[in-house]
Unconditional design. Structure first.
Lengths: 213, 205
């Protein structure tokens, strides 16, 4: 089945991102894409600044997305699949700096092994975060060292799998006093959903959706 | 009372009452209705009216203690329907507007943070916040705006008019995505009501 998915080399990723990333400073996305009735409350409460690294690494000419499984001990989004990332500290010079610092702290990724392509639109999460997603190309020679306090394990998913809308399932459940809809993108044994799946969907909508191009 | 013998709750209200009383257990908390999964036993001719009164077979239930007991086993399911649930029975009832009426509120501050506390007509007291969000529904006609608050699970309370005006008195204006919105803060959460302009128009009507 995986042999059917589209292959994305770094050159293609660069070209697609360059062709799409204009005017995003004024735009944003969020969990309200699937929950329009909750839009105002999500925006009004997305007050904690955070940054994540959407890191792509080329394996045999095909871009893979770096994802982690967070430990159960963390205070927010514990036990969930996530991009490396976290809250922006006052000492962080920029969201990019915060995303790279978090990637270093969580998976031991050296800042020199990452070429930052740019950012996706800000993402407002229903859990109260305003997330700056930073898209970066990671050297295939990069070493990783998992911080066991924060990350249970990391894994790689072919970008082509995640950029296939056929793998984007919408689901819903009732929590925090409202019926909430979200994306699920199960990959092998990994349950990718919620905010992380939402940002993957934004990457698809804004950069890789052929119909939008 | 032949019709009662055919109804899902064969012994009528008193049968349901004693069953719930036994199921409620000895503890002080509410019955664990979300853990019970009995078969659906049909609909009961019971209605929670828009003003919060409960009717059984067209007649108001006058005993408040009985209504309170029933309200403790309310459950709204994914199908959008409301049930009375016991370990062995699940009967559908009709809700005209909301499960509860919010009859009183209080606003106080803790560490500079406003906390809104609500009380329902059944005596439940809770704070608005992440798990108990307030939502605002705009209605045409002279009702303007109606605030609802999550009491527990999918159960909601609608604010009585005087409580709504008191709540609005504790609101503030804030910018949401470039629009000046009127909003209520409680327990660290912000609940936007509607654009300031629109609220002024609706509450004036």
């Amino acid at each position: 089945m995986l042999s059917d998915i589209r292959q994305y080399g770094f050159e293609l990723v660069r070209a697609r991102f360059a062709a799409s990333s204009t005017g995003w400073e004024e735009q944003f996305d969020g969990d309200y894409q699937l929950n329009p009735d909750l839009r105002d409350v999500i925006i009004a409460n997305a007050t904690k600044d955070a940054a994540v690294l959407i890191g792509l690494v080329e394996r045999a000419g095909d871009a893979h997305v770096l994802l982690t499984k967070r430990t159960e001990a963390l205070s927010s989004h514990s036990g969930q699949v996530a991009f490396p990332g976290g809250k922006i500290d006052e000492s962080d010079a920029s969201p990019e700096a915060a995303a790279l610092r978090e990637a270093w702290e969580e998976i031991g990724l050296d800042i020199n092994e990452v070429e930052v392509l740019g950012r996706l639109p800000d993402y407002h999460s229903g859990s109260g975060f305003k997330i700056y997603p930073v898209l970066g190309l990671v050297s295939p020679d990069a070493d990783f060292k998992i911080n066991q306090d924060e990350v249970e394990y990391m894994f790689e998913v072919p970008l082509g799998f995640l950029m296939d809308p056929g793998n984007h399932v919408t689901a819903s459940k009732f929590f925090r006093g409202a019926h909430r809809h979200y994306y699920e993108m199960p990959f092998e044994d990994h349950y990718i959903w919620g905010v992380t799946a939402g940002m993957i969907r934004v990457l698809y909508d804004r950069v890789f959706n052929d119909e939008a191009a | 009372m032949a019709e009662l013998e055919e109804s899902p709750v064969a012994k009528g209200l008193s049968g349901l009452e004693s069953l719930i009383s036994r199921a409620g257990g000895k503890g002080k908390g509410l019955p664990l209705v979300h853990k019970w999964n009995p078969d659906f036993c049909g609909d009961l001719d019971m209605v929670i009216k828009a003003d919060g009164t409960w009717f059984y077979m067209g007649t108001p239930i006058s005993r408040h203690a009985l209504v309170k007991l029933f309200s403790s086993v309310l459950r709204k399911d994914e199908d959008g329907k409301t049930y009375l649930v016991t370990p062995v029975e699940k009967v559908g009832i009709t809700v005209e507007d909301a499960h509860f009426i919010i009859v009183e509120m209080n606003a106080h501050e803790e560490d500079g943070e406003q906390i809104i506390t609500f009380r329902t007509n059944m005596g439940d007291v809770f704070e608005a916040g992440p798990e108990n969000p307030i939502r605002f529904v705009t209605v045409d006609g002279n009702e303007g705006v109606k605030p609802y608050v999550c009491v527990r699970d999918r159960l909601e309370g609608v604010l009585a008019r005087p409580v709504m005006y008191e709540l609005i008195a504790h609101g503030e204006e804030m910018d949401v995505d470039g629009v000046l919105m009127f909003a209520i803060r409680s327990n660290g959460m912000t609940f936007p009501i509607m654009p300031v302009e629109e609220l002024a128009r609706r509450t004036a009507e």
